[in-house]
Structure formats: C-alpha cells, structure tokens
Design a protein around this ligand. Sequence first.
Ligand code: OGA
Ligand code: MN
Length: 283
Amino acid sequence: MLLEPIQSTNDDFGAVLTGLDLRQPPAAETFDFIADALARYAVVGIRHQPLEDDQQIDLAERFGPVHQSILDESRRRLKDRRFNDVGNLDVAGNLKSADTKGYGDANLLWHTDLSFLARPARVTLLSARVLPPQPPATEYADMRAAWDALPTTRQAELESLQVEHSVLVQRAKCGFSNFTDEERQKAPPVVHPLVRRHPVTGRRSLYLSSSASHIVGRPLEEGRALLEELTAFATQPRFMLAYQWQPFDLLLWDGSCTMHRATPFESTEHRRELRWTAVVEAA
Ligand code: OGA
Ligand code: MN
C-alpha cells in the first residue's frame, strides 16, 4: 500500500491510496490503516476499486451504522435504501436533461452530508462506477484549517454557538420544495454545534453546511449573515482541494471536518454514475 498526500501546501488535507483490493474484506490492520489515513487527511481516494454493491456496504459497515434514505421509492433509481445515486441519471436510468432541476442539484452547494439529521454522516464512501471521459472534480474545504486560521478572539466568540439545520432549507436553496407531507414530517430541524472537536485527532473545526439555517438564540437575519460569512471564509482557495476522479476510485471523506460540493457537469452523451453510502455518527 502506498499513501501519498494530494497537495503540497496543506499536505494533511487529501491523500491517495494505491496497492490494495477491497473486493476482499480488508484485514484489521489494513482497515485501521485506512481509518487512520482518513482521520489525518480527511479525504482519501483509493484508486481502482471496482466494487460490487455488497462489497461497498460491507466496507461501510466496518466504519459504523449505514444510513438509509427516507426518500420515497418512486424518487430513487437505486431501490436499496442504503445507496444514493450520485451522477447524471434520472430515476429511469436515462441521462437527466440539462434543464431538470432535481433533488440532486443540492450537491452543487457547499455542504456536509446528512447535516440536517441528528446523526449526520461521519464517513461517506463514494464509488465511481461509470465516469465520463473528463470527469468533473469534487471540491472539498478543510474546516480544520479554516478554524485554525481564525483569530483567537473570533474563535472565542464562535466556540459555543449552536446552529439549526434543515433539509427543507437546504433544498429550497436550489429550488426544490416538492416534499410530501410524510417526507416533511420525517425531517424536523436539528441543532448542531458550530465548532466540533474531532473524535480521533482532537482537532477542532467549523461545522457548516447548506442546510444551516440560523444561529439558535439570535435574530434569524443576523445568524444567516454570520453563517454566510463563515462559509465564504472556509471555502477560500487556500482551504480547498479539487479531487480529480479516476475510473473506479473509491473516495472516502470525513464529514465532521470537511465540506464539499459537486462541480457542474451536464452531458447528453456521457454517463456519470457513482454509488454513495454514508456511515452515521454513533448515537
Ligand atoms: C456526494 C456529493 C459531489 C459530486 O456524493 O455527497 O456531494 O461531485 N457529491 O458528485
Ligand atoms: Mn454530498
């Protein structure tokens, strides 16, 4: 196995791992090596892992409990609730037309996976099954580095703030409001601290996402403005990583200390098909 940082500046953000085959369940030492790499680098791409669905789930379960989608089956191409369908296919498996504004467009906004749930994603596993000839990058922001870069006086002001998150707020930001009553009921707002401490490394980071609505106990507009300001700060190029996909990459990221977003890709010719699984935080 070879583990190499992706960037020369901020070289503890993003790494690529080669020389292993996860179609066989990894030995404990190999799994620990991957988990340690993820704790340190926050985004780890494992090259050439042409996984079957079961193999992806088995690996995800080594990290913890796997999230199940609440979306109605009629909205999902992949009927197994443990997978989300990332890419440019519609429910029937055809290429989405460029003008359909869909649920998945929210991926273009800076976000953290499942940040609108009480137990958000701790680890996401995204498996590239079909990539177009020039795959769009997925961009990441290092929320640890962003925290570290704030002046201490600012850190002290932010340290104890609590943020309300809602999936309805998130999807409204990209023009989707077509939730059923049942889906709305299953999605009450949740509160997360603005600043988190990483369970393994102890490093602190900002916790933000497009689902962030306002600051608890502050006027709505004031809270929104602060969240926007911090998001703009944390997503400056100096804290960013653009992950360049290769065929059959398995990309893992730590949702507790990163944000990410898709970059635009519209094609009437080429399929982009990735399988998403998320491991949620321990209860
Ligand atoms: C995700 C996501 C970005 C992309 O899979 O959680 O936000 O580039 N994807 O598809
Ligand atoms: Mn995402």
